[in-house]
Design a protein around this ligand. Structure first.
Ligand code: NDP
Length: 322
């Protein structure tokens, strides 16, 4: 597995990272264990999680699956922002909530440090100085090696970098945007800003939650054992596509391009993300090992100008919120 630098952080990551949203839980620990084992076998030693995934359950399942692997052999990224309970203070990017949350995440993840701690969204209710100062202190304390953001605007990323410079603390090292063939938005502003600021990117939902595998049919029920058949309240984005003739049309056109190129549609979709050097690592989701193993072939795809043109034509159109 090739590796790419995480911006100017001094760290590098495999081109593919295993994510844990909706797919890791202590209730299905065997699946989590098998996915982590298959990831290591493939050279994937980086894992993305968040405190809010299963309200701590995702972090716990990941920690259990990582037991037995020396801590220095893998990279863990987690996140803070979303409510962890009904308590009004148990959310957001205040100093108090970040300091409380990092210790809770470290406890659940059975480690003394995270490699990357990400602000899961921007918090308009807290002064940016407070958030940046607190994260900078966590870097100095060694509880985190670097911090990053997720779904922040280009302007917010610039502001955070400037604030960190003025405070003399570590600034953000990465941004985590949604990026897939149906939602190409980061190419407009986020990738250029990250490149200017020396930030890496970890991109999420590369298969638009499985929609870009082609397994959903426009007319007919979603396949059994699929995210679309079991719409977790958090899986909101998928609902949009299951009702979108436009999205189904693009997926049909992309499937034809994949067939012509002799590759699977998921591999085409993943290789398309990887073709951009702005992307440090693509966050893979897999509900079972066979999916992860099949999707690994994406790193072997030869991204030719002909493929670029054919895919651009098939995927043309406004961003779809998926
Ligand atoms: P994807 O878009 O890659 O969707 C993954 C899902 O697609 C799988 O769980 C599986 O679902 C289905 N799938 C994958 N491969 C195949 C295949 N070959 N054939 C058929 N179905 C397949 O990624 P996610 O949406 O899961 O996101 C990836 C990671 O990104 C998350 O784990 C998380 O770490 C991060 N993320 C971050 C967010 C943020 O706000 N920062 C938001 C969302 C995700 P199934 O089998 O159930 O249908």
């Amino acid at each position: 597995m090739k590796r790419r630098p995480l911006g100017n952080s001094g760290m590098d990551l495999p081109e593919l990272t295993l994510g844990t949203w909706l797919t890791f839980s202590t209730a299905h620990q065997d699946t989590a264990n098998a996915l982590v084992a298959a990831a290591f076998d493939a050279g994937i030693d980086a894992f993305d999680t968040a405190d809010v995934y299963g309200i701590g359950d995702g972090e716990r399942a990941l920690a259990t699956a990582l037991r037995g692997h020396p801590r220095e052999t893998y990279f863990i990224a987690s996140k803070v922002f979303f409510p962890m309970s009904d308590a009004p203070e148990d959310r957001g990017l205040s100093r108090a909530h970040i300091l409380d949350s990092i210790d809770r995440s470290l406890g659940r993840l059975e480690t003394d440090h995270l490699d990357l701690y990400q602000c899961h969204r921007f918090d308009p209710d807290i002064p940016l100085e407070e958030t940046v100062q607190t994260l900078g202190e966590l870097v100095l304390e060694g509880k985190i090696r670097a911090w990053g953001t997720s779904v922040w605007s280009a302007g917010e990323l610039r502001q955070a970098t400037e604030v960190a410079e003025s405070l003399g603390v570590a600034g953000p090292s990465s941004e985590q945007p949604r990026y897939n063939l149906l939602c190409q938005e980061p190419e407009d502003e986020i990738f250029p800003a990250c490149s200017d600021l020396g930030l890496g990117t970890l991109t999420w939902s590369p298969l638009a939650q499985g929609f870009l595998t082609g397994k959903y049919q426009e007319k007919g029920p979603p396949p059994g054992r699929s995210r679309g058949s079991n719409l977790n309240p958090q899986g909101v984005f998928l609902i949009n596509a299951l009702d979108s003739a436009e999205a189904f049309g693009r997926v049909r056109a992309l499937a034809a391009v994949a067939t012509e190129a002799g590759i699977t549609l998921p591999c085409l979709a993943l290789a398309w993300c990887l073709r951009r050097k702005d992307v440090t690592t693509v966050l893979l989701g897999a509900s079972r090992v066979e999916q992860l193993v099949a999707n690994l072939e994406a790193v072997e795809v030869d991204w030719t100008p002909e493929l670029e043109n054919a895919v651009s034509a098939a995927a043309a159109g406004p961003h779809i919120d998926l």
